[in-house]
Design a binder for this molecule. Structure first.
Ligand SMILES: [Zn+2]
Ligand SMILES: [Zn+2]
Length: 125
């Protein structure tokens, strides 16, 4: 079994889907009429910044657990609302080794949780 420390992330900023002239986003072009707004992906520099974080607990999962299994464990622990599906979350594992996993909202890219592998034991049932 693998133990993960679960950290809840508090973020500032916004993703490119929220870009707006009112945020002074460099990627937004204001037209002559003053009402035309166009998001330009090439000059967009907007992203989320992790502002604060706090550990909320741990989950324990089997070594072979899939991303869906991790989500189920988070729901079972009460960290994720029941009814959230795999389509609504994205798993980011930059090193692909399962040591540090970031979970984001799939449609916005907003970081929600970091999972950090903190230990394991081999007491298989
Ligand atoms: Zn923006
Ligand atoms: Zn943008």
């Amino acid at each position: 079994m693998i133990h993960y420390k679960v950290t809840s992330l508090d973020v500032w900023g916004h993703g490119s889907h929220e870009c707006s002239i009112s945020y002074d986003c460099p990627c937004m072009i204001k037209g002559d009429e003053g009402e035309h707004e166009e998001h330009d992906e090439n000059v967009c520099d907007c992203h989320y910044d992790v502002n604060d974080w706090y550990a909320i607990g741990t989950i324990t999962i089997d070594e072979e657990t899939s991303d869906a299994g991790i989500l189920a464990a988070l729901i079972e622990a009460g960290f994720v609302r029941e009814g959230i599906t795999m389509a609504q979350v994205a798993f980011d594992d930059p090193s692909c080794d399962g040591w540090n996993i970031r979970i984001e909202e799939a449609n916005t890219g907003r970081p929600v949780f970091d999972l950090q592998r903190v230990g394991e034991d081999h007491d298989h049932v």
